[in-house]
Design a protein around this ligand. Sequence first.
Ligand SMILES: Cc1cc2nc3c(=O)[nH]c(=O)nc-3n(C[C@H](O)[C@H](O)[C@H](O)COP(=O)(O)OP(=O)(O)OC[C@H]3O[C@@H](n4cnc5c(N)ncnc54)[C@H](O)[C@@H]3O)c2cc1C
Length: 392
Amino acid sequence: MDIDDFRTETRDWLEKNCPPGARGPGEISNGSTKIAIRDADTRIWLQRMVEKGWTVPNWPKEYGGGRLSTAEYVVLLEEMAAIQARPALSSFGTSMIGPTLLEFGTDEQKQRHLPRIARAEVEWCQGYSEPGSGSDLASLQTRAVLDGDHYVINGSKIWTSGAQHADWMFILVRTNKDVPKHEGISFMLLPMDQAGVRVKPIALLSGVSTFNETFFDNALAARDDLVGELNKGWTVGKRLLQHERSGMEALVTGSTTGDDSEIQDVAREFIGTVDDKLADPIVRDEITSYQMNIAALHLTQRRVVEESQDGATPGPATSIFKVVNSELVQDYHDLKTRLRGSLGFGVDEDEFSEDEREMVHEFFFSRAGSIYSGSNEIQRNIIAKRVLGLPD
Ligand SMILES: Cc1cc2nc3c(=O)[nH]c(=O)nc-3n(C[C@H](O)[C@H](O)[C@H](O)COP(=O)(O)OP(=O)(O)OC[C@H]3O[C@@H](n4cnc5c(N)ncnc54)[C@H](O)[C@@H]3O)c2cc1C
């Protein structure tokens, strides 16, 4: 179909099918079977998007996707943004393990796992980091030993986001300890609801507890849930990280950072305007630089998509997006907090409004952006080696 016709059709469909309560800020499903969607409009929106195949717009139809081309996917996201439609589903399934299974999974694994992800019937968590293995991930020690039809897993993971309500985990495990560390790792899938898996929440400075320690005591992963070859899991695990660092949506649209119009609103409210311009020239300057940096990031993302063969397979350049994006998000929250002056200090105190406290919690959480998914120092190492080709 001609892209302009596709845009018109998409616009009409969204107008008819996206209920008012699914527009603007609000609830977004992550697919977990353990979290009920509270808002009726959000539920209806999810159901309609599932039927349309647009929870995973670029996946093949047989796995519940919409089979959109990259150009059509961009149009869909632009039209959703125009009416402030929230994503119907945002999960580790759609952004990380799904695309990885599309590339490395067997037909049987794809049939078994992908449609459930697309239909928001499952949420996944990521079992990578361990107490002694963060940046040096390949040193991981959690063991898996084949016993009949199952791998028996023992050890522990840490910082496992969402493990408390995840249904499945994708996990990196050691399956051979007598070879160089990268060559003895395998990538597996395991159900969380089993006696051998125990999840213990970790409380954060930002007030929430989004991640956990996860312990494995003879936990079982089916032999059929080994992804890729035994001991070749490092390759699979690295590709998943590239998906995590780019996010397909960010790759196709170049939109990941905070909305600068929100900063301008805060600036107007707290420092006022003169002749319809923000009163303080230094703040004006900071907002302008922020806007320019976002524009540069978005253009770079679009260029990388256009340069990649099919527009969908991310590579090491995603490390650039991760560094720049996380730093821009931090700038965004830093500036917003500073603009509010003494109202930007409230953490839990009663004299601050819920909105003011929420903003400070968001500021705290933005600090984590340069750590998770591999710290920014590690991303700079990857950029030096794999993008710029500098020697070790
Ligand atoms: C909010 C959040 C959510 C997370 N969710 C998950 C999850 O769901 N699943 C999961 O598996 N993990 C998760 N993580 C863990 C995350 O991947 C690790 O924290 C990260 O990889 C860093 O590892 P580390 O904390 O062990 O730090 P370390 O590796 O101990 O690093 C400490 C410091 O040393 C620096 N450093 C280390 N090595 C080098 C080097 N070679 N060159 C330069 N500097 C270096 C690092 O940049 C860092 O500043 C999450 C983390 C956060 C903050």
